[in-house]
Design a protein around this ligand. Structure first.
Ligand SMILES: Nc1ncnc2c1ncn2[C@@H]1O[C@H](COP(=O)(O)OP(=O)(O)O)[C@@H](O)[C@H]1O
Ligand SMILES: [Mg+2]
Length: 1609
């Protein structure tokens, strides 16, 4: 090894020893031969030897997680690392596989709990931040993998946190052991073994822990818990072993300490009834407790603890009467302590003092179930065995007191042992377990001012464990060398076997002690003498005799010298029950006490009272017993794989945040950590991975960096170049001997110094140049300014001159202009006056002319108008007259025409016929007249004839005048008479004719009159007809209203009938429901949670559901139908009653309308239609039932078969769901009281899902189907109404509750209201939902369960897929910061990361494709993505916070680029599908933002919390701030002021908020009912769908028809 001074140069940072702080930081100021001049504390100079100044490790804020990674592994390095970590609350640190835990003395809740356990579950040791869970997990996994027992050895001094740590270990093991084989956490049922194991802790603590100066809850016994695991890794049993309970504490307590907790618990916590039963007083009253003034502990409530203890007793299975007995014994011990003794009759004897002591003796005897006299005797006498038989001798008062105390001690320790045995019994060791894990919580090495026998035993135990530890460390070191394939012959095993021999070997200290104990009279100095003079002690190098004391001796332990005082050794080593006590207590009437002291071997002794050979006692020593126990323990540990946890107490004051170097160093030494360091130093203490090494030392051979050599070769070359020998190059690391690293570092520093000089040279040159340039620039600037000034002056003068000229010019111009303007104005005035005058003249003339023309015009107009008016009036008069005449005529004509109505034609005809008849008569009369006229003519002709003959005669007469004159005259006269007669007759005939004509006229008038009357008659008839019409209409209306009434009456009657039916059905249903209740017992467990919601729903449903089932049909629905025709109405109403299947099967309109109108009895008798309808309904039902039964089976089978294939989609709606719904509707399955259809459908779907659990495409197909089906059911069916709904059985009521209500009820408070609305009011098109019976509602529930099942399945599938990719999204940038190839490495890392992100996005993309293909409703898609991104967020964020190496600047940049990729994808995909996913990533985004933000030192807390990372909690910020490191630019994390403010805030909020800095993955269903329902519309849902191939055969034609539910209404 090179001389130390070789490793120091100027400015080397080193450690120097310090009295107070052990080590201080300093800088080398000067090299002075062998010595160094070092400045510390910014000024103070000291001189020390080079070898006393170890080199500091490079400053890593927050330390390193594994100390073996420290470049310099030495005492100050280890100490400083622990310290800097501790100050950031990083209490755990590894040294290889050993965990060092520094007691925080504060509640660091964020470090523990299930979420943390979850993180550490399955993580490799060292992968995450150091943690006790990591040790437990590695033990557990090693056990499962290798099927080998594991032991976890927790050691440390009192108050260092051993017990807490082992409790944490056990909790973790219980947590892991509580997982069932399928990987699910078992739900606690009853008292599981885990719980019993955990509950044993508080119980044992109550009886075995006490407050000491060092620890308020110090375990006063050693404990080894072995937890058994089955081959599946489930806890199957446990065994607890305890060591060396401190008995002396029962009877004597030093002042600030306390006795065992249980005493105080009983005194404060027992109820008054219990107190009187156990005859208890206040704690202050008891001698055993009031030796100290401390009775309560801060923050601990004795009474509460008592209840916890009682609970724990019950939990581990101690029955009530045993608990009672235990507390009796506890009380008995307390009162035993109050028995006091005074001198008896003679010096040697003693008696119990009268008064309270005597009373306490009574109480004690009573509580122990023994005779008071016997008790007093046992306390005040001693029996000695002599060869002549037993001799009873009295004891003096002091001896009696000691006797009493020893009874108390033995009672307590027996009770403690019993408790342990009882716990072991209750939990039960699993002898056949696959493997077990032992947790050892045992006192650490102790060295006080005065060390007693306990310390000797404790230190023996620690020596043994140390040996075990050394072997282990040695083995591990060796293993590493072997793994790296390097020569390990260098390392030498450090052994402490000599100390062990000295302590427990043959004729060792314990042996000698036992030997002395056998002599009742031996004294401590005898013992000391023996030790100094005999056995192996006197020769041992480790053993020495202190100068001053004769009774003390010293041992050189691995952790230092300890001097033991032998005064109490003999007493404390004895371990046997005095025969009197044994006899007394075995005679107890209490079985418990009796059993405590029952000793089968000693039984003989009890009988022997009667005579021979009473064995006085069986010699038993604490030392030998402990030795035996230790040997057993070690034997066991040797078969197990050890894991070590070293607990460290940072200060003696039990304060948080206080790290006392000296103290800790001492403990590191005692705990063997430095020993481990020493072992390591013996070999190759400095190990560095090649990459790291090259990264650090590349400056030693800068040319190599650009060669193609790998890191291993470069390392080798660097070392060779440095001229080293003895180093080793392993597989992954360089191994350097002690000191070599320092030498290398020196070379490196020198190199860097040289480089720095060169850089300084250039920098200075640069600065000088810059300075010169600046000066030159200033001079030029100045010149320019001066010149500028003069020029500006000149310019100003010139400008003023020019200004004056300008002003003059303007003034003159102004003057000339104003003069000119004045003259111009005057001329204008004159002009205008003249022009005005002439214009006025002209105007006057024009006015006159105009007036004349106006007058002329008016006159001419007047004349013309007058003439025109006159003419017009005349014309109008003439027109009027003419027109009025015309009009009158027209009026007359119209009147005449009006008189003859067309409708009178027939009557007119009749009358005309009469007229014709009369005309006929007239004709005959005329004919007669004509005849008469003819006759008259004839007569006249004959007359003329006669005249002519007369003339002839006259002529002849002339001739015959004489003779004939007379005859002729006579004849003439006769002739004349006949002529006259004729004339008379003719006159008669004329008269007659006139008469006839008169009669005909009369008759015509008559017939006219008759015609008029006929007309009247017709008019009357017409009136009558319209009357009749009116009456006819009135009557019709009347009949229609009566028909309506009749119909409504009929409906009422029918409703009553249905109500009766419903009631009958209800009774039946109640029966079936009762049966079902058994069936759904399991479901009702789940439903039980929802019962309140269901009850609310049921009560909500009640008002709607009252009345008969038919009341569900709105009467207003029927009225318009009735008006259209009764038959039609009936057909329709029947159709509705029977369900839509019926309606669809019976054509609603037309067919029966015509005939039914004719013969519908509805018009006549209102009672008729009821019976008819009923009958028809029944017939129809019967027919349908018959038909359905025949067909149903086959069709169901076909449907189910079809469902097992992918039916695909129709217009974006899932066919399967629609078909199921339509089939159920068609087959009226919803109304059925019993049907197996639903169960079978559910069965098919379930088995489908089960079969394809991993196929998201398939799952999403079914997700869409189930959701759509649920939607259909939700819209179209409702729970059967009826008055019974109020008293529905719970199961049914739960089912009746909207499915989505149970599904989402807990998440969205307004969901139930929405449900109710949609069930009862909001159904499509006012259609009344089908009333569903219980099976349908159950079906809904099961579908709902499917949705709840499928969604998480899909989510978990994707999670499973992306989890391995996520691990690569955050890089562990080991050695990527190298200057030489930095960018290349960076790039490759970047590429790897973006590849993983790309893969994740690929998964998302394909998932999206699948979801879209399956038409999954968008809210579900959004919810799915939201949860997935939330998972990504949680996962990455937790990884970041748990892995220190991830919290680096460059990693922040990498993740940021990855996130940018994600953002792009999200934006490209659109909110429609991925919704708020980007928002879900906010934690990781802000954490990354924090990592990459520059200048953290300058940021204030407000800035960080409100601007930069508003969502991160203080815990998270604190964690990330302390973890942050910059691998690139070496920037620092936030300032220490900000850190301390964060810490302050953390303690402030700790009382309220959650403590974990980790995020929980939320696995609840994230979507709300309203979202899903609102987006599911009815579009295309009720349309006809094509019949799938699989259903071609059956009668599925109805599928093709549109479902006209709402239209029918
Ligand atoms: N991990 C821890 N977190 C918080 N407090 C702790 C932790 N470990 C120990 N302590 C504190 O230290 C005290 C002493 O611890 P304990 O385990 O009883 O010490 P030991 O068993 O080593 O004597 C505990 O009462 C507790 O207040
Ligand atoms: Mg303890």
């Amino acid at each position: 090894m090179a001389p130390d001074s070789d490793v120091h140069t100027l400015g080397t940072r080193v450690w120097v020893k310090d009295e107070v702080e052990s080590w201080k930081k300093g800088d080398v100021l000067k090299l002075d031969g062998e010595n160094l001049v070092i400045t510390i504390d910014g000024g103070k100079q000291i001189i020390c030897k080079a070898e006393d100044a170890p080199i500091q490790n490079p400053d890593t804020r927050g330390g390193v997680e594994d100390m073996t990674r420290l470049p310099y592994l030495h005492e100050p390095g280890v100490l400083w690392n622990l310290r800097s970590r501790y100050l950031f609350d990083d209490i755990y640190t590894y040294t290889g596989t050993i965990l060092i835990a520094v007691n925080p003395f504060a509640n660091l809740q964020h470090l523990y709990g299930p979420h943390m356990m979850d993180q550490y579950r399955g993580a490799d040791l060292g992968e995450l931040s150091p943690h006790v869970y990591a040790i437990a997990d590695s033990a557990y996994r090693q056990m499962r993998k290798e099927k080998k027992g594991q032991s976890i050895l927790v050691s440390g001094e009192s108050g260092a946190g051993k017990t807490e740590t082992s409790k944490l270990l056990m909790k973790y093991l219980a947590y892991m052991g509580g997982y069932s084989e399928s990987g699910d956490q078992k739900k606690g049922s009853g008292r599981s073994v885990e719980e019993q194991v955990l509950e044993s802790n508080p119980l044992l603590e109550a009886f075995g822990n006490a407050k000491t100066v060092r620890n308020d809850n110090s375990s006063r016994f050693g404990k080894y818990v072995e937890i058994n695991f089955s081959s599946k890794g489930v806890i199957s049993g446990a065994a607890i072993r305890t060591y060396l309970l401190e008995r002396s504490r029962v009877v004597s307590v030093n002042n600030p300490e306390r006795n065992y907790h249980i005493f105080y618990q009983v005194c404060d916590g027992a109820s008054s009834e219990e107190k009187s039963r156990w005859q208890l007083s206040a704690a202050k009253e008891y001698h055993y407790l009031n030796q100290s003034t401390c009775f309560t502990l801060p923050g601990v409530d004795n009474a509460k603890e008592f209840r916890a203890t009682v609970y724990a007793m019950s939990a581990v299975g101690i029955p009530g009467q045993d608990q009672e007995a235990v507390f009796r014994v506890v009380s008995a011990i307390l009162s035993l302590g109050n028995i006091a003794f005074g001198p008896g009759q003679d010096e040697e004897s003693s008696v119990v003092l009268p008064g309270p002591p005597s009373e306490y003796a009574r109480i004690t005897a009573e509580l122990l179930g023994v005779d008071k006299g016997g008790l007093v005797k046992a306390l005040t006498t001693r029996t000695r065995q002599t060869p002549d038989g037993p001799i009873v001798s009295p004891l003096d008062a002091k001896a009696a007191l000691e006797n009493r105390d020893s009874l108390a001690k033995i009672l307590y320790s027996k009770m403690f042992d019993w408790l342990v045995a009882r716990i072991n019994n209750a939990i039960g060791e699993d002898k056949k377990c696959a493997a077990s894990i032992g947790v050892l919580d045992i006192y650490g090495f102790e060295s006080f001012a005065v060390n007693d026998f306990e310390q000797l035993c404790i230190n023996l135990a620690n020596e043994k464990l140390q040996q075990h530890f050394n072997q282990h460390v040695f083995k591990m070191e060796q293993a590493e060398y072997e793994r790296e394939k390097i020569d390990w012959s260098y390392i030498k095993f450090v052994d402490n076997q000599d100390v062990l021999d000295l302590l427990e070997g043959k004729m060792g200290i314990l042996d000698l002690l036992d030997e002395q104990c056998r002599f009742p009279t031996s004294t401590p100095s005898d013992l000391a003498n023996k030790l100094f003079t005999s056995g192996i002690c006197k020769d041992s190098k480790r053993f020495s005799k202190p100068k001053r004391s004769v009774t003390a001796f010293s041992i050189d332990h691995y952790a230092g010298d300890v001097t033991y005082e032998t005064t109490n050794f003999l007493d404390k080593n004895k371990d046997f029950v005095v025969a009197e006590h044994q006899n007394l207590l075995t005679s107890s009437s209490l079985p418990f006490v009796k059993a405590l002291f029952y000793d089968p071997e000693n039984d003989a002794g009890v009988d022997a009272k009667s005579g021979k050979g009473l064995k006085a006692f069986k010699f038993n020593s604490v030392g030998s017993q402990f030795k035996k126990q230790l040997a057993e323990l070690m034997a066991q540990l040797h078969t197990m794989e050890p894991h070590y946890i070293r607990c460290i107490k940072p200060n003696t004051l039990n304060q948080p945040g206080n790290f006392e170097n000296k103290n800790v160093l001492h403990q590191l030494r005692c705990g063997g950590v430095l020993e481990a360091v020493r072992i390591s130093c013996a070999g190759f203490p400095s190990k560095r991975p090649f990459a790291d090494f090259v990264d650090h030392f590349w400056t030693l051979a800068p040319t190599l960096i650009h060669s193609d050599l790998d890191d291993r070769e470069i390392s080798r070359k660097i070392l060779d170049k440095a001229g080293f020998t003895g180093y080793q190059v392993g597989e992954t690391k360089v191994f350097l001997r002690a000191g070599q690293m320092a030498l290398l570092d020196k070379q490196r520093t020198d190199n860097l110094n040289a480089a720095a000089t060169i850089m300084q040279k250039y920098a200075r040159g640069f600065l000088a140049r810059r300075c010169f340039a600046a000066a030159r620039r200033s001079v030029l600037l100045l010149q320019a300014a001066v010149r500028g000034f003069f020029v500006r002056m000149e310019f100003k003068r010139a400008r003023e001159l020019r200004g004056a000229l300008t002003i003059q010019r303007y003034w003159r111009g102004y003057k000339a202009r104003s003069d000119y303007k004045k003259a111009y104005r005057l001329v204008l005035q004159i002009q205008s006056m003249w022009r005005g005058r002439t214009a006025r003249h002209r105007f006057e003339h024009m006015r006159r002319l105009h007036a004349v023309v106006v007058i002329q015009t008016a006159f001419r107009v007047w004349k013309a108008r007058r003439r025109f008016q006159r003419q017009r009036e005349a014309a109008i008069l003439m027109q009027c007259m003419f027109r009025s005449k015309d009009a009158k005529r027209e009026l007359r004509r119209l009147r005449a025409e009006a008189r003859e109505g067309t409708k009178l034609l027939e009557d007119k005809k009749a009358l005309e016929a009469k007229v014709v008849e009369l005309l006929g008569t007239l004709e005959t009369v005329q004919n007669q007249r004509n005849e008469l006229r003819q006759q008259l003519k004839d007569e006249k002709v004959s007359n003329q004839d006669l005249d002519r003959r007369l003339k002839e005669l006259e002529a002849s007469n002339a001739l015959l005048l004489a003779e004939a004159a007379k005859a002729s005259v006579e004849e003439l006269v006769a002739e004349r008479t006949s002529r006259e007669q004729f004339e008379k007759e003719s006159a008669d005939l004329t008269v007659q004719l006139r008469d006839l004509t008169e009669r005909a006229g009369k008759e015509k008038a008559e017939s006219d009159r008759k015609l008029d009357s006929a007309k009247d008659y017709i008019a009357r008839m017409q009136n009558e007809r319209s009357d009749i019409d009116k009456r006819f209409h009135a009557m019709k209306d009347d009949l229609l209203t009566r028909l309506q009434n009749a119909c409504s009456q009929r409906d009422e009657a029918r409703a009553q009938v249905l109500e009766l039916q419903a009631e009958m059905e209800k009774v039946k249903e109640q029966l079936t429901v009762k049966e079902r209740q058994l069936m759904v017992a399991s479901a009702s467990a789940a439903a039980a949670a929802l019962t309140p919601a269901a009850a609310a729903a049921a009560s909500h449903a009640a008002p709607v559901a009252n009345g008969s089932p038919a009341a569900g049909l709105d009467p207003s629905l029927l009225t318009p139908l009735v008006q259209k025709g009764a038959g039609y109405a009936r057909a329709l109403s029947e159709g509705i009653m029977l369900g839509f299947g019926g309606a669809a099967a019976t054509p609603p309109a037309g067919i029966r309308t015509g005939e039914d109108i004719g013969r519908s009895p509805a018009l006549g008798a209102p009672g008729g239609p009821e019976t008819e309808a009923e009958r028809k309904m029944r017939e129809l039902q019967a027919k349908q039932a018959q038909m359905l039964q025949d067909k149903r089976k086959a069709e169901e089978e076909r449907l189910l078969a079809a469902l097992s294939g992918n039916l695909g989609f129709h217009r974006g709606r899932p066919l399967a769901a629609i078909i199921i719904f339509r089939c159920c509707l068609q087959w009226r399955a919803f109304q059925a009281d019993r049907t197996s259809l639903f169960d079978r459908i559910i069965g098919v779907i379930g088995s489908q899902i089960e079969k394809q659990q991993d196929d998201n495409a398939f799952l999403s197909y079914w997700l869409t189907n189930t959701v759509t089906l649920l939607h259909l059911l939700q819209k179209n069916i409702k729970p059967a109404s009826g008055s019974q709904s109020g008293k529905r059985p719970v199961g049914a009521a739960t089912a009746a509750r909207g499915v989505f209500g149970t599904l989402f009820g807990t998440r969205s408070p307004n969901a139930p209201a929405h449900n109710e609305a949609s069930i009862h009011g909001g159904a499509a098109g006012g259609f009344k939902p089908v009333e569903a019976k219980y099976p349908a509602l159950l079906f809904k529930q099961q579908l709902d369960a499917f949705v709840q099942k499928i969604f998480p399945m899909m989510r978990d599938n994707v999670k499973k897929q992306i989890t391995p990719m996520l691990a690569n999204c955050i890089m562990t940038p080991k050695g990527t910061t190298r200057a030489r190839s930095g960018s290349a490495d960076q790039q490759s890392a970047q590429i790897a990361i973006s590849k993983s992100w790309g893969e994740i996005l690929g998964v998302m993309e394909s998932l999206l494709g699948i979801l879209r293909e399956a038409n999954v409703p968008k809210p579900l898609v959004q919810a799915l993505f939201k949860q997935l991104f939330s998972f990504v967020n949680v996962n990455l964020f937790n990884q970041l916070l748990l892995r220190r190496e991830c919290c680096s600047f460059s990693n922040g940049e990498h993740v940021r680029t990855g996130l940018a990729q994600v953002e792009q994808w999200i934006q490209a995909t659109g909110a429609e599908y991925v919704g708020e996913s980007w928002e879900e990533l906010r934690f990781i985004r802000q954490a990354v933002q924090f990592l990459v933000i520059g200048n953290k030192q300058k940021r204030t807390l407000d800035e960080i919390t409100s601007d930069l990372c508003p969502v991160l909690s203080v815990q998270q910020l604190y964690r990330i701030s302390t973890m942050y490191w910059d691998d690139r630019y070496n920037t620092e994390t936030v300032s220490s002021e900000v850190l301390s403010r964060m810490k302050q805030q953390m303690t402030d909020v700790n009382s309220t908020g959650s403590h974990s800095f980790l995020l929980d993955d939320d696995a609840t269903l994230p979507f709300a009912a309203s979202d899903v329902l609102s987006t599911l519309d009815d579009k295309d849902l009720n349309m006809g769908v094509p019949i799938p191939e699989a259903l071609r055969e059956g009668d599925y034609a109805f599928l093709e028809k549109e479902l006209k539910i709402s239209q029918a209404a």
